[in-house]
Design a binder for this molecule. Structure first.
Ligand code: ADP
Ligand code: MG
Length: 240
């Protein structure tokens, strides 16, 4: 589903991703963790070409990411993304946020798009908020809208970049519950998160990044209970 081979990226002189190799198969769930500034966001943003890499190869759902706009479009069709700060359109209702892309990108008739959106809003347990504006919702509700909105495009892959780190503690669970459900439905997922309970519950692999490199990767059990690298041990001792 996703294949990164010797991927390198620089911001000017700064070498932000160093020889990243990563293969994600269909239905796999990957959790990425690591210190702030280690390149986690950059890495997942490269997977749907919100950032471009300068060296190496990224292939997503059979399409290589290059300057070819057609391929970029094909990849973005297959990849949904949720960010820390929801990025909902404030001037559109919850329902309109969800139907916008299906109507304008997929040319779906409005009624059909609304039915689809309501279906996903039910799955994230907020169908009753459909006519409200994002600003009228709690952070946890807004993040669930953001997830529903992504799912309306029927992606094969979902990328999450610290989806719960801007939330008040009492709202973290409701968002994680939606993500766990999605994982159990077989979605291919890459999640940048420091929610280690979530990682233990759903991850097939946990990847630890530091200073632009993948330092260690393992199944959650061995990753948490028997970390190999000093840097992983130090990081875990700081967050657990
Ligand atoms: P993480 O998500 O692990 O915190 P990021 O991928 O956001 O890390 O950032 C990795 C490094 O790249 C940081 O040092 C950050 O300051 C730098 N960086 C991120 N985005 C840019 C950018 N657009 N231009 C220059 N430097 C950037
Ligand atoms: Mg980040």
């Amino acid at each position: 589903m996703i294949q990164l081979s010797s991927v390198n990226k620089w911001y000017g002189q700064f070498h932000v991703l160093k020889d990243i190799n990563l293969t994600v198969t269909k239905g796999e769930k990957i959790v990425i963790c690591g210190p702030s500034g280690s390149g986690k966001s950059t890495l997942i943003r490269c997977i749907n070409r919100l950032e471009e890499h300068q060296k190496g190869q990224i292939v997503v759902a059979g399409n290589e990411l290059t300057d070819d706009l057609k391929n970029i479009e094909l990849v973005r069709k297959e990849v949904g993304m949720c960010f820390q700060h929801f990025n909902l359109f404030p001037h559109l209702t919850v329902l309109e946020n969800c139907t916008l892309a299906p109507i304008w990108v997929k040319k779906m008739p409005q009624k059909e798009a609304e039915a689809l959106a309501m279906n996903y809003l039910e799955r994230v347990k907020i169908p009753d908020q459909a006519d409200k504006y994002p600003g009228q919702l709690s952070g946890g509700q807004q993040q669930r809208v953001a997830i529903a909105r992504s799912l309306c495009m029927n992606p094969q892959i979902m990328l999450f970049d610290e989806p719960t780190s801007a939330l008040d503690p009492e709202m973290v669970r409701e968002v994680l519950d939606v993500m766990v459900e999605l994982a159990h439905e077989g979605m291919t997922m890459i999640c940048v998160t420091h929610e280690m309970g979530f990682a233990r519950q759903v991850a097939d692999r946990v990847i630890f990044m530091d200073r632009g490199e993948i330092i260690e990767e393992n199944n959650p059990h061995d990753f948490f209970d028997n970390p190999q690298s000093d840097r992983t041990q130090l990081f875990l001792s700081q967050i657990l």
